[in-house]
Design a protein around this ligand. Structure first.
Ligand code: ADP
Length: 365
């Protein structure tokens, strides 16, 4: 009879590296996980049979790195190559999700590819990792995001009407000089605006996840939009001192509502992640064909590790300070999707304890 493993004792003991590899291979095969090894300088590629199958190759077929890349959907190919090159160059970890074209199935198959260097000198020139089929998870995500889109769309219409009536009532109460009603309606208006901001974020999230952020471009004054958003933010948070640096009057051709959403997210984050009395400065500058907006706060700042991931969906920096602050971790993801759709850039300069400056650019012409 076999002895049951106890405590720290491993279930299978072996000093044979090949046996260990076989066991690892068996475990990966039964979990439907493909493995691959890529030589970091020659780019020689060694895929397992499961990896080949996931990319649509037969076990006996050759599959080079380029062959695999050609199977990646056109829209994602460049991003996958850039992610692999960056991970190899910087010795960092790789995580990409991409659809691959499947000749046998009606729909593309979604794969997640994870990789990294091992730490030993011997294996340092080898970049290796796993491939997993995440099609089902992606379909569930899509269903969830369609549902979120539908619900938020339905909620937006009555809430917009409510906001208009509250504003009308507030104007009427001001004429009557009824201070109690004015105070109460201002509070209602604040809450309605907060809810509308959340609903707009959810609507944009469902669009972004479905790869559909539609832009309704129009010409508008950027500094006018910034002033409007500052007034809105002050109305909702009322505790911060927000200033705008004097600058040029810049007209842009962009989706005003979406850029407003970006400004609302960045300004409300600056207020959320800094102390109540700490100042927030906004600046808008123009250089040749590019407009740059920066939002600087003197708050808690962000660590370099978190900076890398801040613009990913649902990512929140987990520190003792941030755990008390509510949020979904979708604001910055949406900002980056919206700015990239406009062919602009977005980034942050920050140090823990020394505040943060979020910046984005938009092409002017
Ligand atoms: P949320 O604020 O809802 O968590 P966001 O996507 O807007 O989601 O932000 C992601 C994370 O980035 C936040 O959880 C926070 O940790 C960090 N962050 C964003 N803006 C700032 C800022 N101005 N200062 C410090 N940390 C920030």
């Amino acid at each position: 009879m076999m002895n049951k493993p106890t405590g720290n004792q491993p279930a299978i003991e072996t000093n044979e590296p090949f046996l260990t590899l076989d066991i690892a291979q068996m475990a990966l095969d039964s979990a439907n996980v493909g493995i691959w090894i890529l030589h970091a300088t020659s780019w020689n590629f060694l895929p397992s049979t499961r990896t080949k199958a996931l990319f649509g190759f037969l076990p006996e077929e050759e599959m080079s790195f380029d062959d695999a890349l050609l199977k990646v959907d056109d829209k994602h190919r460049r991003a996958v190559l850039a992610a692999v090159e960056k991970a190899i160059k910087q010795h960092s970890n790789l995580y990409v999700e991409c659809p691959v074209i499947s000749p046998t199935e009606k729909k593309n198959r979604w794969l997640s590819i994870t990789g990294g260097f091992s730490t030993s000198d011997l294996t340092n020139s080898y970049f290796s990792g796993i491939v997993v089929d995440i099609t089902e998870q992606k379909q569930n995500d899509l269903r969830r995001s369609k549902f979120i889109g539908m619900v938020s769309h339905e909620l937006k219409t009555p809430l917009t009407a409510l906001k208009a009536y509250v504003q009308m009532l507030n104007n009427w109460a001001k004429k009557q000089k009824d201070s109690f009603t004015i105070g109460a309606l201002s509070k209602v208006e604040k809450q309605v605006k907060k809810m509308l901001n959340m609903i707009n974020s959810l609507l944009n999230l469902s669009g972004a996840e479905a790869g559909k952020i539609h832009l309704n471009k129009q010409e508008f004054d950027m500094d006018e939009l910034i002033r409007e958003v500052i007034d809105e933010t002050l109305f909702i948070t009322s505790s911060h001192n927000i200033t705008i640096a004097p600058g040029d009057r810049v007209r842009v051709n962009a989706d005003r509502d979406k850029i407003e959403q970006v400004m609302v997210n960045l300004l409300s984050n600056a207020a959320k992640y800094s102390g109540k009395e700490e100042p927030i400065e906004v600046a808008c500058t123009k250089e040749e064909n590019t407009l740059t907006v920066s939002i600087h706060d003197q708050g808690m700042g962000i660590s370099p590790d978190d900076i890398e991931k801040l613009f990913l969906p649902h990512y929140r920096a987990e520190t003792r300070e941030t755990e008390k602050i509510a949020g979904f971790g979708i604001g910055l993801y949406l900002c980056s999707e919206i700015i990239h759709r406009h062919k602009g850039k977005i980034w942050v300069e920050s140090e823990p304890g020394h505040g943060s400056t979020f910046k984005f650019t938009l092409p002017i012409n």
